[in-house]
Structures are given as C-alpha cells and as structure tokens.
Design a protein around this ligand. Structure first.
Ligand code: NAD
Length: 475
C-alpha cells in the first residue's frame, strides 16, 4: 500500500479521473444493435435444457441457473446416470430426463440448450441443437478441430437467428470490463506485452476404474481434449485478444509431458509466445507442478493476467475470486518525444536520455468493479466512492463484484435469447479462441512458429451441415 498519504490521495484522484473518462468510453462501446429475432417476448421465461450436467454443468445449475426466474430447466440429458440423477435433484420441480440428446432436441417446448459435455463432443451436440432450432450456450473451448471451425461458421450462416454463446465468463465480469475501460481510456499507456499464467500443483486426474477411465478422464487424452490450452489458456488468450482488440498473427512454444507420466498424452506444462499484428506479445505459461505467484495477494490457483503498458500495468485474476490491481509507472520519454529531441552534447554528458529508472511505481491501486463517473452522481455518492477507494488503498476493504461472472454470463444468455441481442461472448469470440487453442497445440507439436492464417487452409474436408428450415446442405 502507498506509504505517503498525500501522494496516495493525489494518485487516487489521478486514477479516478482516468476511471471517469473510461466510463464514457464504455457507455459508447456497449451500445449494440439488434442481432437475432426474439425467441419469445422479452418478459417471458426461456425454457432450457442442459446436455452433459457433469462437474461444470451441475455447478452452473445449482449455483446459478436454479436461482433465475427468467429461465426454466425443463429437461436434462446425460449418458452417465449418477450425474443425471444428481442434476435432477437440484430442482424441486424435476425436469424431464433423457440419455439421448437427439431425443431431447426433438422436444418443441425447449428454446435453448446449455452444452457442458467434454470438448470433443461440443460440435456434434451443438450441430444437432442448431439444426433442431435451439439457441446454444456451449462451454469453452467452443470447438475441437479445424473442420469444426469452418462448419460452425456455416451452421451459423444457415441459422443466423439462433444465439450462440461460449462459456468465457471473464467477458461478463465487471472487474474485467472495468480493466478494459481503463485500458481503452489509456490509463496504462500503450500496451506492448501481456503475461498470463495458470499454474497448479495438481494431477488433474479423477479416480476411475479402467472401464470409466476415458469417460471420467477425457481431459488427459488428446483424442478428446485440447489439454491445458483448451482447459485453462483458452480463458486467458481471450482476455489478451479482448484487451488488445486484436487476434494473434502467430504462435510458437514448447510443451512437455515431463512429470505426470501416468498414461496421459497431453502436455503437463506449456510455454507459449503469441505475436499480435501490432507487435504486442502474449507470454503464456501453464504448469501442473507448482502454483506460486510472486507477490500474490489472493490465495488459490496460480492464475493471473498482467497487462503491461508504457505507463503502467493491470493485474487481474478471477481465481479463486475476482481481484484487480492498477500500477502506474509512467514512461518519462515516449518514442514520439524522443524522435523530436535533437541530439546534443549536453544531453550526452548528463546522460539524460539513458536513465534506466522511471518514476517510483508504488504498491498499486485495487480496481473497483463498481467505480462511478463523478460528473454523473450526487455529492454523497461521490464522497462515498472516494471513501471506499481510500479504504481499498489502505487494505481495509477489498473491492468485489456484486454479481458472480458465471451468474452474469448465464443470466445474460437467457436475456439475449429472449431479447434477440448478440451475446458478448459470441460465436466470433468463441471460434477465435478455439483457433488459438488448436494452433498453440500445433506449434508445440510441430516445434515451429504457426501463422494464424494457416487455419483458413486447414480442415477443408469439412463436416456436412444442414438447415432444418431450408433443407440446404453445405460442407
Ligand atoms: N468455463 C469454465 O470455467 C469451465 C470450467 C470447467 C469446465 N469447463 C468446460 O465444461 C465442459 C465439461 O467439463 P466437466 O469438467 O464438467 O466434464 P465432466 O466429465 O465432469 O462432465 C461431462 C458430462 O457430460 C456427460 N456426457 C458425455 N457424453 C455425453 C453424451 N453423449 N450425451 C450426454 N451427456 C454426455 C458425461 O457423462 C458427464 O456427466 C468442458 O468443455 C470443460 O472445458 C468450463
């Protein structure tokens, strides 16, 4: 925490001014036009089903969906009876139960489906759902193979009025949205690098007899899973894309299976560098043998995204709960200023242009997800905000989100289905994210720098998709 109160107060005002500017930016950026036809009147309840209520699906049902009154779970489907029964028990008014998702999808009273099956099944289930006219929420990573990237785009073109949302919940976090507003408002200058990591000291293995090994431990095998890239990195490369408003142009990396040699065939440690069109780099690391983070404030998984700009940094995590810090570190001489400077002996002698230290960085400022624009609120609200900010900076209070981003992503999906709005984590976000997962794995497998443009030439042998309304088929 800052040790000089007056400097601290001064910087609070500075952070606050940038924050306020960011609020204006956000207001302009969030106004989006209508996207799909309304599934129902916007005040009506969306009837939904879930396919694959395993560990993730049940969490979404019992922590969040069951508490929403703008959606009603009317059907559940799972091939594993124990998981099906546990999910059914979440509801007092029990949904109908299915073991065949095609049979479930034939039911006319279902408007939307949540797809929480293992990665290799995302596309086949999504395809069947869209062809049956259902709106889709599918967990990340959206699709598994290059064929499926092209085929899902085609399916979307054939069914443009059906909502597709991917389960990238950081897009629905107010904290991350605040960070994006700060970035867009220039609070940390020009972003040149992003560092992200998700380190764990765990084996990721579920107890299973031989008969259930593949079914329970699908994550550990390449035939079903994209490994650490799909399960963890997918969230964080999406944060980088979002903060930079760009997608990577290339990726290179090193992956290894060096510790958990228990029959799995995915990497248990990955190190990657993504390069963006503006020259920015995302340096990424995920390991399964240690979860330490230097300077950690939040206990739990070693998960963090750090956005590095010419005037400061933003550090974010959603694990185990949302936490964000803003550090100011203004670069003294910018490239454009330097270009204007004439070289002079005086400068050379004084060493004025070759200093290594910039202004003192300080301990940083907690990012408040609920910051307000002082020009738009009452005197009391403004004073309250300053008081809260003071308490955050003293470490007396910790800013937190009022709404869990998982709750927000699910609630928002149901509202978007009802209102015909495009989701924040839409098909484009989901497909771009899946491409990053596939190409990162390819770069490590083939030990080369992979260009993102390569995806357009991959998987062109296609998956046949059809439109239930037009009967059109396409590859
Ligand atoms: N967004 C996040 O933070 C997050 C977190 C965890 C998992 N996930 C994603 O959620 C998905 C599921 O992960 P999980 O850990 O819950 O897996 P899981 O193995 O616990 O659950 C998958 C469920 O799907 C069922 N299933 C398999 N084949 C089926 C079929 N043909 N028809 C119906 N049901 C079928 C299984 O029986 C199981 O109950 C994965 O894509 C994973 O990446 C996302």
């Amino acid at each position: 925490m800052p040790n000089n109160e007056s400097t601290s107060a001064q910087l609070d005002r500075r952070a606050f001014a940038k924050t306020a500017a960011a609020v204006g930016v956000a207001a302009a950026a969030t106004s989006s036009g209508p996207f799909v036809r309304k599934a129902k009147a916007s005040d009506q309840v969306v009837n939904y089903a879930m396919i694959g209520p395993g560990s993730r699906g049940r969490r979404l049902l019992e922590r969040h969906l069951v508490h929403m009154d703008h959606g009603k779970c009317i059907a559940l489907c799972d091939v594993y009876d124990k998981n099906l029964q546990r999910a059914l028990e979440v509801f007092e008014d029990q949904p109908r139960a299915y073991t065949d998702y095609n049979e479930l999808l034939q039911q006319d009273d279902i408007d939307a489906v949540f797809i929480t099956v293992p990665l290799f099944l995302h596309f086949p289930v999504m395809k069947a759902a869209l062809e049956a006219g259902k709106h889709v929420f599918c967990e990340k990573s959206l699709v598994f193979t290059p064929q499926e990237v092209h085929a899902l785009r085609t399916l979307h073109e054939l069914h443009p009025d059906l909502t597709i949302q991917v389960g990238l919940q950081r897009r629905y976090s107010l904290l991350y949205q605040r960070a994006k507003e700060l970035v867009d408002a220039g609070a940390i200058g020009e972003i040149t690098h992003i560092q992200a990591q998700w380190h764990r000291n765990t084996n990721w293995r579920r107890k299973a007899s031989e008969e259930f090994e593949d079914q329970f431990n699908w994550r550990l095998y390449r035939r079903y899973s994209g490994g650490l890239c799909a399960e963890l990195m997918s969230h964080q490369v999406d944060v980088a894309d979002w903060m930079l408003d760009q997608h990577p142009k290339s990726v290179m990396g090193v992956g290894g299976l060096d510790y958990w040699k228990d029959g799995r065939d995915i990497y248990d440690n990955i190190q990657l560098v993504f390069e963006y069109p503006g020259g920015q780099k995302l340096q990424y690391s995920s390991i399964m043998t240690n979860r330490h983070i230097a300077g950690r404030r939040v206990p739990g998984d070693g998960c963090r995204e750090t956005i590095l700009g010419t005037d400061g940094s933003i550090e974010l995590t959603l694990i185990p709960y949302g936490d964000g810090m803003l550090y100011f570190d203004a670069m003294e001489v910018k490239m454009e200023d330097q270009a204007k400077e004439k070289s002079s002996e005086e400068n050379w002698v004084a060493g004025a242009t070759v200093g290594t230290d910039t202004a003192e960085q300080g301990d940083g400022y907690p990012i408040d997800p609920h910051a307000v624009d002082p020009s738009k609120v009452s005197f009391i609200e403004k004073e309250l905000f300053f008081a809260k900010t003071w308490a955050y900076n003293k470490g007396i209070l910790r800013p937190s989100e009022d709404v869990d981003p998982e709750y927000a992503e699910l609630s928002s999906f149901l509202k978007d289905v009802a209102n015909g709005n495009r989701p924040k984590a839409d098909i484009d976000v989901g497909l771009q994210d899946s491409v990053a997962v596939m190409l990162a794995n390819l770069a490590m497998d083939e030990q080369r720098k992979v260009a993102f443009s390569e995806i357009s030439e991959m998987g062109l042998d296609g998956v046949e998709v059809s439109s239930s309304e037009t009967g059109k088929t396409t590859g």
